[in-house]
Ligand binder design. Sequence first.
Ligand SMILES: [Zn+2]
Length: 199
Amino acid sequence: MHQVACHQCDLVQKIPPLHPKATARCLRCGAILLRVKPDSINRTLAWTLAGLVLYVVAMTFPFLEIQKGGVVQETALLTGVRQLYQQDEAILSVLVFMTCVLIPLIQMGGLLYVFTSLKGKVRFKYAIPVFRLFQHVKPWSMMEIYMLGILVAMVKLGKMATIMPGPAVTAFGLLTFVLTFAVSAVDAHLVWEQLGGDG
Ligand SMILES: [Zn+2]
C-alpha cells in the first residue's frame, strides 16, 4: 500500500498494487493519482543498455577533428576536458566533466543496477540507496547545454584551424534522447513497491 496526496484536492488516500496499464483516480475529485507505465522494467533496461553503448562510443571515438596545415588531429571528449582545464577554463572543464561524463554514467549505472535487481527478482543489497541517489541526480542532467559549451570553447581554442565534429558528437546527441527515454520509462511507484522501500 502506498499513501498519496491528491494534487488537486489534497485528500490523502492509500493505493493498492495496480495492474499493468491501470490508473488510480482520486476518490473525491477524480483526478489521476497514478498511472502504471506498461512494461516499465524491460523498457528501462533496453533504453539503458542502448545508452551505455552510445556512451562508450561517445567516450572513445573522436569528438573533434582539427585540421591545421594539412595535419588532422583527433580529440576525444576526455582529452578535450583536460585541454580545457590546461587552458584556464577550469570551471567549464569541471562542468563538462560532471554533466557529460560523470552524471550520465551514474544515471545509467544506477538504472542498470536497480532494474537488473527488479528484473531478476533478486534484491540487490544497495538497490534502495542507489535508486534514491538516481532520483536526486535526475535534475542535474543538462548534457545538451554543456555539449554546446565544450563545442564553442574548442572552436575558440583552434582559431586558425578547421574543426569538424567527430562521430562522438552524434553518439552524444543520440545519448541525450536515449537517456530521456530511459528516465521516462522508470516507474518510481513500481520500484518502491518491489524494493519494499518507503518511497
Ligand atoms: Zn482529489
